[in-house]
Design a protein around this ligand. Structure first.
Ligand code: 13P
Ligand code: SF4
Length: 336
């Protein structure tokens, strides 16, 4: 699911620069801080026109990116799908490296930029192409489904990819009795709970943000806020998902909140998710806990501006593996 940039929910503040954009983020950015941000936003909007560029931003981006300069926002699946349709010369990926690499795989002729090359992911770091070749040798004939949170080299060794938004459908589409699902152990276990008829083998990779949540966190929040709705990302441990009312990709979490409109909700995921929904939905109260992803938080208005000014840092994929990695992503996009 793709969310478009949210409608203005607050009154503009006269006297501030870019008042209509400020209205979108005024719940999170004090008016006194806005004049320091506005010049970078103005420059980014101008540079996008001059460079014929679009900004794809993940749902975990901070409100000042998500609500003011992003052209397309969404979960990993939406960003991959939208990357195919982008009509621009330059794509700036406000997210993490694997997302930019996926956009490049799907747009080999376009310039794909990431504002900070160090924006990685603990899941992508948990497995190498050699590891996947080892699994292939150990489990001959077992299809390998690889989470998109991996390098292109790992994707190239895989049969097809999945995201948290389509993992169940992707595994089902294989009609196989046994599937290797790598590298997120918890996502694989959460999918296993939904498809007991398939034996799912996994790898011991974890998201450093979601592995820290515990069932005790959920019980504590329910004790303090009786009736609260709890929504957990499927990268959380299965005992956390089991304590929750709903689990899904970041876009599915957002859709659930916008449709059900619970009065109090906890999003067991990265903190900017709640901020981005709250910015346009003041009637919904978001309760902690949440955790920050240090990689997602490497993106800033300043480095997005610099990326557009200098056309850096360009993301490329080794031509020796690009075709195989692209095929794994494209097979995933065919699964509905
Ligand atoms: P989504 O695909 O659900 O947006 O998740 C990406 C991610 O990195 C979550 O930690
Ligand atoms: Fe990776 Fe977790 Fe950060 Fe998502 S939240 S980018 S899975 S480390």
């Amino acid at each position: 699911m793709t969310a478009t940039v949210s409608p203005v929910s607050r009154m503009s503040v006269p006297g501030l620069p870019l008042p209509d954009l400020y209205a979108r983020v005024s719940r999170h950015i004090p008016a006194i801080e806005w004049p320091a941000l506005a010049p970078d936003i103005e420059a980014i909007l101008r540079l996008k026109r001059e460079r014929n560029a679009v900004i794809l931003a993940h749902n975990y981006q901070a409100p000042e990116i998500f609500h003011t300069v992003a052209d397309i926002v969404g979960d990993s699946l939406a960003l991959a799908r939208e990357a195919v349709n982008v009509d621009a010369d330059v794509i700036v990926l406000a997210g993490v490296h694997f997302m930019a690499e996926t956009a490049k795989l799907l747009n080999p002729s376009k310039t794909v930029l990431i504002p900070d090359m160090a924006a990685g992911c603990s899941l992508a770091d948990s497995i190498t192409a050699a590891d996947v070749r080892g699994l292939r040798a150990k489990y001959p004939g077992v299809p390998i489904v690889t989470y998109v949170n991996t390098s292109a080299a790992v994707k190239a060794e895989s049969d097809l990819c999945c995201t948290s938004g389509n993992a169940v459908a992707v595994v089902k589409s294989l009609n196989a009795p046994r599937v290797l699902m790598i590298p997120d152990e918890f996502l694989a276990q959460n999918v296993q709970a939904e498809i007991p008829e398939v034996e799912i083998l996994t790898w011991a990779g974890h998201c450093e943000v979601h592995e820290r949540f515990t069932p005790g966190d959920i019980r504590d929040v329910r004790d303090s806020y009786p009736g609260v709705t709890v929504i957990a990302h499927p990268e959380c441990p299965p005992d956390v998902v089991a304590e929750s009312d709903f689990s899904g990709s970041t876009a599915m979490m957002m859709d659930f909140v916008l449709q059900k409109r619970p009065s109090q909700v906890v999003l067991v995921t990265e903190c900017s998710m709640a901020d981005n929904i709250a910015a346009a939905n003041p009637d919904i109260e978001f309760i902690k806990p949440c955790n920050m992803c240090p990689h997602m938080k490497r993106m800033s208005l300043k480095n997005i501006r610099r990326a557009l000014e200098t056309l850096t840092h360009e993301v490329t994929v080794d031509p020796a593996l690009a075709d195989r990695a692209r095929a794994a992503v494209e097979r995933m996009l065919l699964v509905r």
